[in-house]
Design a protein around this ligand. Structure first.
Ligand SMILES: Cc1cc2nc3c(=O)[nH]c(=O)nc-3n(C[C@H](O)[C@H](O)[C@H](O)COP(=O)(O)OP(=O)(O)OC[C@H]3O[C@@H](n4cnc5c(N)ncnc54)[C@H](O)[C@@H]3O)c2cc1C
Length: 356
């Protein structure tokens, strides 16, 4: 198998880039699991929040909003940020950097999220444009576009080694092989491992575990907003008639099929229960996923300075779904030798060269 571009990893990063290159380059998607989207992409909170992350992330959020909204992948949710009297400095810091966020009264906050205790919302603000993302449909549409252009997805295809002899020769664990002019490392938590297998300098990508638990609720909560304290010590979000609560944990772990730890979930639910009038009797189920960050918490997207034809698309942290349209368009432009849709300062911030 000879292709123009081989993409390692079929999460949202790899799938969205494959779709962006469809019809322009021959592309092969290589995925170690038996189906795409099994790791971080299938475990996210699936929310689009413009006021989330550093300025470069917010620029990517803005560039991504149009494609996600025009594609019909967003549905209204809203995100409410709250603070106790003691946590007002964190709230003020959040508001100082926020755009499109409206401060509301304690009464309005409690009306929007009726479980809320008034003292937990001494200050409150809502970003009404925050939306749920239909991640499953987004993934399916990307893979359909990729296949419609003649692209293939190889599953159970673990890349173990890459060598460069003018083209990239790619070896898989099961003995299969392929070659590509360009390789894209979209391996999520495993991105540094893939780089080592290619003798490319790792970027220092560290996976951090984030957990979530589903709680049953009696009320109809479909229209309630997502809610989080300005201190970001937990968050809660309606999820198919039940409440997803995350302890907002950030424990560094080796790349792995992540699972939740009971104690982490229990401590997070305890923090949540201090803000609400809700007796936790049962957790329906829980899970964990990995949010992988570069040392500066900015994605790494561009050609490796030490390996021509080897591109990084990694380190998307907790923003990888909502920033995927902008990152895919940026990467597709670089690979096609065209101008990136991102402003120069964003392109420079994303470049792997910043660690050179
Ligand atoms: C609990 C949680 C909540 C989140 N909430 C949000 C949110 O609300 N909004 C948002 O935008 N983001 C959110 N995120 C972050 C988002 O999920 C990630 O940034 C995004 O999914 C990363 O996508 P990816 O394709 O890089 O990684 P992944 O989805 O992990 O895909 C990487 C793929 O590479 C494959 N792979 C690895 N090594 C190899 C190899 N050697 N050979 C072949 N294949 C390989 C893996 O099997 C995997 O399928 C959340 C994350 C978590 C954990």
């Amino acid at each position: 198998m000879r292709v123009d571009v081989a993409i390692i990893g079929a999460g949202i990063a790899g799938a969205s880039l494959a779709a962006a290159l469809a019809g322009h380059r021959s592309v092969l998607l290589l995925e170690r699991e038996d189906a795409p989207g099994r790791h971080s992409t299938g475990r996210s909170a699936a929310i689009f929040v413009r006021n989330y992350g550093k300025p470069v992330l917010r620029a990517l959020n803005d560039l991504s909003f149009g494609p996600l909204s025009e594609g019909g992948y967003l549905s209204p949710r809203g995100v409410m940020t709250i603070a106790t009297r003691d946590d007002r400095p964190a709230f003020d810091a959040f508001m100082a950097e926020a755009h499109g966020v409206e401060q509301i009264t304690t009464e309005e906050a409690c009306a929007a999220f009726p479980l809320l205790r008034p003292e937990a919302a001494n200050r409150a603000a809502i970003e009404r444009a925050a939306s749920d993302i239909d991640v499953d449909r987004l993934m399916q549409d990307h893979l359909r576009a990729h296949r419609a252009a003649g692209g293939e997805v190889w599953t159970k295809a673990e890349v173990t080694a890459l060598t460069h002899d003018g083209r990239w020769q790619i070896s898989l664990a099961d003995g299969r092989a392929c070659s590509a002019g360009t390789v894209v490392n979209a391996a999520g938590a495993w991105a540094d491992e893939v780089a080592r297998g290619a003798h490319v300098r790792p970027m220092g990508i560290i996976p951090y575990r984030r957990s979530a638990a589903i709680l049953p609720v009696e009320q109809d909560i479909a229209t309630w907003p997502m809610i989080l304290p300005a201190t970001e010590t937990w968050y809660a979000k309606p999820e198919a008639g039940r409440l997803m609560v995350s302890p907002a944990d950030e424990d560094p772990v080796p790349p792995q099929d992540a699972w939740p730890e009971d104690m982490v979930i229990a401590e997070g639910l305890d923090r949540f229960s201090q803000a609400v009038d809700y007796e936790i009797t049962r957790v329906t189920h829980s899970w964990a996923g990995l949010r992988s960050f570069a040392p500066d918490h900015v994605p790494v997207a561009g050609e490796a300075p030490d390996a021509p034809g080897f591109y990084w698309l990694a380190g998307q942290g907790g923003y990888g779904v909502q920033t995927s349209p902008a990152l895919a368009a940026h990467m597709a432009a670089l690979i096609r030798g065209e101008a990136s849709p991102c402003p120069d300062w964003v392109e420079n911030s994303l470049s792997p060269r910043r660690f050179a």
